[in-house]
Write a protein that binds this ligand. Structure first.
Ligand code: XMP
Length: 510
């Protein structure tokens, strides 16, 4: 495996992903990891990430120089290279000319890192640095240069120590994949054997080893990809000793409970279905504050789930679909963050029920989970399903949630989903849905005056939900949505399209 030591760069996760794309397993640790910890991990290579600091900053993140004597190949990227140079006796200085964005890299050697590339040719690479290396540390030679970096890449003449000033992990670096492949496969000698197939195999084996022969595992299904894949892996490992629970919280979409149960059945999972919708809706009655709604739904969910799980007997484990980005959200040189997300649905449950956690996906990125889902035979509808919030339609009905309003929103939302699927837009966007704005406006239908609710359509594109922009849907699609909703949904006489980006708005309206 390749170990990535994080110095706080925005692209640290990308480095690990790129290595995994080479079919070599890679993990990220904060740069504060001790030499013992690193040794115990037994990496075949180490990559030092970039970072926002200058090696001369007070409290600048660093590593123990002992790692350079482990005999393990090390590649420093950007700050990682500057730190390596600084610790080994080179000279780093604040450069008058900063280098941000594309740069032309001239390669001086076509061995090692640049094996297979054309000598003397220049390549477009991506730079992002203020400081630069002014003097190589003793024993190092230069491998490449750019206009603003006399030492844009370096290596030690005897030891397997390498550095690049540019970022091979970003897509804008045209030789990024080659450089990383040369380091990981040629220099470190890793074999490309880490595939999703091998992952499934080892995940299943690990679950089998962990869970005792009499012990049972519960998990909460949502119909989404993470919880479904988690359940399938555990099911493969221990069969019926996995008891998946699906709770109807009363704020699901049209036909959602039926569709989820049917899917789970077709996958061979025996699901315990709990229809607690009345309990949820009673507790939501009269509540208008968005955070209060979230709290009520979260607490009620835990209560219902716990009650159901207690009926099963010998339950020792809770399986959940935590992903790698949640785990390392901010693994940085400050150390792993204290705010690792607990799964919103079941937060606090493991402690209360004294359950141990089973998180088979905690090393994976979302696209890897999608690959596994495909491998396990999940239909495209699930593999590419849009995210849906835990509090469901409750946060898409502004103010109080009532049966009447739920019925209206369910119909409007079903039309949006249907038309998005039909037109092929559903899989191109991050999320698309309807919001019920319980404000009445005047309209005219036939010869009658109407006085009814407003439905807003929200459709956004996003990479990670942190930022988002509204999608420029074609006018005729918007027209069809509006016509259908007003004609087919009783209680709505006006449709509007939300053209706010995030920030300053958010994706959901509450
Ligand atoms: P916002 O509205 O904050 O949403 O821009 C970002 C993403 O998170 C989803 N979301 C939630 N998911 N529980 C969830 O499980 C919640 O309380 C919740 N609130 C928002 C939202 O759908 C979007 O994908």
């Amino acid at each position: 495996a390749i170990l990535v030591l994080d110095f706080g760069s925005q692209t640290t996760q990308l480095i690990a992903r790129r290595v995994r794309e080479l079919k070599v397993y890679s993990e990220i640790k904060p740069c504060t990891a001790s030499v013992e910890e690193i040794r115990a991990f037994a990496p075949k290579g180490i990559i030092l990430s970039g970072g926002p600091s200058s090696v001369y900053d007070q409290g600048a993140p660093t590593v123990s120089p002992e790692i350079f004597d482990l005999g393990v190949p090390i590649l420093g990227i950007c700050y990682g290279m500057q730190l390596m140079a600084h610790l080994l006796g080179g000279r780093v200085e604040r450069s008058l000319k900063r280098e941000y964005g594309p740069a032309q890299l001239r390669i001086l050697s076509t061995e090692d890192l640049f094996y297979g590339l054309d000598p003397g040719r220049t390549y477009r690479v991506w730079m992002s640095h203020g400081d630069r290396l002014e003097e190589l540390p003793p024993g190092f030679v230069s491998l490449a240069e750019s206009e603003n970096s006399p030492y844009a890449a370096m290596r030690h003449t005897q030891k397997p120590l390498f550095g690049v000033q540019f970022h091979p992990e970003v897509a804008h670096t045209e030789i990024g994949r080659e450089v990383l492949a040369n380091f990981v496969l040629r220099i470190c000698g890793c074999s490309p054997t880490w595939t999703m197939e091998s992952f499934i195999e080892s995940a299943v084996r690990e679950i089998r080893e962990k869970v005792g022969p009499e012990e049972r595992v519960v998990c909460a299904l949502s119909g989404g990809i993470d919880s479904t894949v988690t359940a399938l892996l555990v099911h493969r490992a221990i069969g019926e000793r996995l008891v998946p629970i699906f709770v109807n919280n009363g704020v699901l979409r049209k036909n959602e409970p039926e569709e989820v149960l049917e899917l789970m059945g077709s996958l061979g999972l025996k699901v315990r279905y709990v229809d607690a919708s009345q309990k949820f809706l009673e507790r939501l009655r009269g509540v208008t504050d968005p955070e209060e709604k979230r709290r009520i739904i979260g607490h009620t969910f835990i209560e219902v789930f716990e009650e159901e799980a207690r009926k099963i007997g010998n339950v020792r484990w809770l399986a959940q679909g935590t992903l790698y980005p949640d785990v390392i959200e901010s693994v940085s040189f400050k150390g792993p963050s204290a705010t690792i997300k607990t799964h919103h649905n079941v937060g606090g449950l493991p402690e209360r029920m004294q359950l141990k956690l089973l998180e088979p996906l905690r090393e994976l990125f979302k696209d890897e989970v999608r690959e596994i889902a495909r491998e396990l035979g999940l239909p495209q509808k699930v593999v590419w399903r849009q995210p849906f919030p835990g509090p469901g339609l409750a946060i898409r009905i502004l103010g109080e949630v009532t049966e009447e309003r739920l019925a209206i929103l369910r119909e409007a939302d079903a039309i949006v989903t249907e038309e998005m699927l039909e037109s092929g837009w559903y899989y191109k966007v991050w999320q698309s849905f309807a919001v019920l704005v319980p404000v009445k406006t005047v309209g005219v239908m036939g010869d009658y005056r109407t006085y009814e609710y407003v439905v807003a359509i929200r459709c956004v594109e996003s990479q990670d939900a942190m930022t988002a922009d509204w999608v420029r849907l074609p006018y005729d699609l918007l027209a069809r949505l509006s016509n259908r909703i007003i004609n087919e949904v009783q209680g709505v006489n006006r449709v509007v399209y939300d053209i706010s980006s995030k920030p300053p708005a958010t994706i959901e309206w509450e």
